[in-house]
Ligand binder design. Structure first.
Ligand SMILES: *Cc1c(COP(=O)(O)O)cnc(C)c1O
Length: 220
């Protein structure tokens, strides 16, 4: 594995124009983020609010911080003042909380709706039917201080490339349907990680979230 800068260069070369790279820095120290920053990276993803807050305080102001992990409603207030995009909105209660905290700090916060496409039971995210219900009845679209920008999803951890491809394809078609029927302004489909991002891009990802291929293995 090369340096962080080398890894970033190698990955960027494979990304089509228009695909946004979120460098997932969770569990890596602020110095690693700074190294990526010095190599030109400006968008970073974290999975824990405390870590996001700590790194935001330490690192340059022109970084866009994305929250990519499961978010508890009682933690929203810590990240609301500065977070650029929350990828992991998986309940109406969380959406309402982000809306309220955004209003409190005088911002509109961009969010993605996390959809469950993987087979594994443990993955977070909306079931398609449940999400459609809240889009139909206006409870999500009525929230004025969040901007729904699109969807996020994770494929199953499996060695079967066809299954991964099917899951990304189904997320893409759900995205297109929601855009046609309820959310004409959505433009972001966040899918693909170190192990599967080329497949995600083939299936229409506009944003990929890559950690270990940039920063190396994580020490939990
Ligand atoms: C950790 C994480 C990633 C990055 O995973 P890698 O396999 O290290 O690239 C992407 N998305 C989410 C939601 C994550 O939690």
């Amino acid at each position: 594995m090369g340096t962080i800068a080398d890894n970033l260069t190698r990955i960027r070369e494979t990304l089509p124009a228009g695909v946004v790279l979120v460098a997932v820095s969770k569990f890596h120290p602020a110095e690693a983020v700074r190294e990526a920053y010095e190599a030109g990276q400006r968008i970073f993803g974290e999975s824990r609010p405390q870590e996001l807050v700590a790194k935001h305080a330490l690192l340059p102001d022109d970084i866009e911080w994305h929250m990519i992990g499961h978010l508890q409603t009682n933690k929203v207030k810590y990240i609301a003042p500065f977070v650029s995009l929350v990828h992991s909105v998986d309940s109406l209660r969380l959406a309402e909380t982000i809306d309220r905290e955004a209003a409190r700090v005088g911002r509109a916060i961009d969010v993605l709706l996390e959809v469950r496409v993987a087979r594994e039971e443990t993955k977070f995210g909306w079931e398609a039917a449940e999400l459609e219900h809240f889009l139909q009845d206006g409870s999500l679209t009525g929230l004025r201080n969040i901007r729904i920008r699109g969807l996020m999803g994770m494929a199953s951890l499996t060695d079967d490339p066809e299954q991964v491809k099917r899951e990304f394809a189904s997320l893409r078609s759900f995205f297109e349907r929601l855009r046609t029927e309820y959310l004409p302004e959505i433009d972001t489909l966040s899918m693909g990680m170190s192990g599967d991002y080329p497949t995600a891009i083939d299936q229409g990802a506009t944003m990929v979230r890559i950690g270990s291929s940039i920063f190396g293995e994580r020490n939990y």
